[in-house]
Design a protein around this ligand. Structure first.
Ligand code: GLU
Length: 436
């Protein structure tokens, strides 16, 4: 995938997705946490420690805009838990960013890192802004000022940001540069998802989509469905959605529909994903005007009769309101939190296998970990090594979650929480409850 500048960032499709409910993402996370905590018999002290984030920082960031006026942006960084290692998680630029969302996303990072067994805790950051309406200069000033305010939060052994919705390699380069300047030495390991020339890792851009593909293969094999000829619909055509679609197609799957901010596109013969990506990249980052499929709505896409549905846009897309109309056999969650807690019950009843976000999209943070390792080693791996190790991590994690779901007779989602909470609670017992 070509390097993306800020002016041509592919859209996630989020502006066009349907907000079915206003379920609070933190409460959604907590209801799964509660269920898993009951299954593992988590004691009350552990429960109380793990439910609340360890740290939540709110900053007001003054930025000189191109018109000479100063605007103040609200920024957040939440460290949910740092038992397993420094906290890790992306930074989101979106007008929807708010504290409860960042808290939920930070907790999901804790569980995600624990599920795949990488030595990190969970954190997340966000700035309430509309990056698409800002110039590159404004975004640079915003990112640097946010980094200045977070200099005591971030650190290669403390808290390590990465890209998320609305941010990419360029923002990570600015964070790395600003942090290094403040420290007085080059500190590439403070942030991951950097451009390759600045200490990024081969395979990082594709990592989340690749993990989605590997998880899809694992799920299909449990259901004894061959990927060759299996059908899929992918919601969202940003980094995660577009690369997931491309890699699923490379496995012989037929991508019946894709979507982004401009709408959803359906082609019963199969979308030519490479062509759609090329079209998006030549069209200011959007599929607007794409003719490789007929226009349908995002709800239509979610309700298509496919083997695999990949929601890869944003939170709360599958809810109690539409869950009953979902026809996919498997849902592989490329986005964080695309299914609300109330929808889980309905999907379970319908027998739909859901590969949960904290497992399905963990390929990204796994390769972030590899990037951090390479930065600290000062030695860089081949793409082949990155892929081989990341694939192994994803397959092993899927199997562990699958076995836990059999053992506890629960969904893959609750099983993933069981695995994750069990690990974090064990480490908490060993370390004691009070330190970062
Ligand atoms: N933002 C990504 C996620 O939600 C990546 C986080 C990271 O690499 O630290 O998993």
């Amino acid at each position: 995938m070509p390097h993306l500048t800020n002016n041509k960032k592919p859209m996630s499709g989020k502006e066009n997705v349907i907000k079915h409910s206003s379920e609070n993402p933190f409460e959604s996370m907590m209801s799964r946490f509660d269920e898993a905590a009951r299954i593992i018999g988590l004691d009350e002290s552990d429960y109380n420690v793990l439910k609340a984030p360890q740290k939540a920082v709110i900053v007001n960031i003054p930025v000189m805009m191109d018109n000479g006026k100063v605007r103040v942006f609200e920024g957040f960084r939440v460290v949910h838990n740092a038992n397993l290692g420094p906290s890790k998680g992306g930074i989101r630029y979106s007008m929807d960013v708010h504290l409860d969302e960042v808290k939920a996303l930070a907790a999901w990072m804790t569980w995600k890192c624990a599920v795949v067994g990488i030595p990190y805790g969970g954190g997340k950051g966000g700035i309430k802004c509309d990056p698409r309406s800002m110039s590159k200069g404004e975004l640079e000033r915003l990112t640097r000022a946010y980094t200045d305010l977070m200099v005591d939060v971030f650190g290669p052994d403390r808290d390590i940001p990465a890209p998320d919705m609305g941010t990419g390699q360029q923002e990570m380069a600015w964070i790395m540069d600003e942090y290094s300047k403040l420290k007085g030495y080059s500190s590439p390991a403070v942030v991951t998802g950097k451009p390759l020339v600045l200490g990024g890792s081969l395979g990082r851009v594709e990592a989340t989509g690749r993990g989605v593909m590997v998880s899809t293969r694992s799920a299909l094999s449990k259901l004894k469905i061959s990927p060759v000829g299996a059908t899929t619909a992918v919601q969202g055509f940003g980094n995660v959605g577009s690369i997931s679609a491309k890699l699923l197609a490379s496995q012989g799957m037929k991508v019946l529909a894709i979507s982004d901010v401009s709408g959803a596109y359906h082609n019963p013969e199969g979308i030519d994903v490479e062509a759609a990506i090329a079209y998006r990249d030549s069209n200011n980052g959007t599929l607007e005007g794409y003719t490789g499929g007929s226009k349908i709505t995002n709800s239509d896409l979610l309700e298509l009769e496919v083997d695999v549905l990949v929601p890869a846009a944003m939170e709360d897309q599958i809810t109690a309101e539409n869950a009953d109309r979902i026809k996919a056999k498997v849902i592989v969650e490329g986005a964080n939190g695309p299914t609300s807690a109330s929808a889980d019950t309905i999907l379970n009843k319908k027998g739909i296998m859901v590969v949960p976000d904290i497992l399905a999209n963990a390929g990204g943070v796994t390769v972030s970990y590899f990037e951090w390792v390479q930065n600290r080693l000062g030695y860089f791996w081949t793409e082949e090594r990155v892929y081989r190790r990341a694939d192994r991590v994803m397959k092993t994690a899927f199997e562990a979650v699958y076995q836990a779901s059999i053992e506890h007779n629960c969904s893959l989602r609750i099983a993933a929480y069981v695995v994750a909470i069990g690990k974090v609670a064990e480490v908490e017992k060993l370390r004691g409850k009070f330190g970062l």
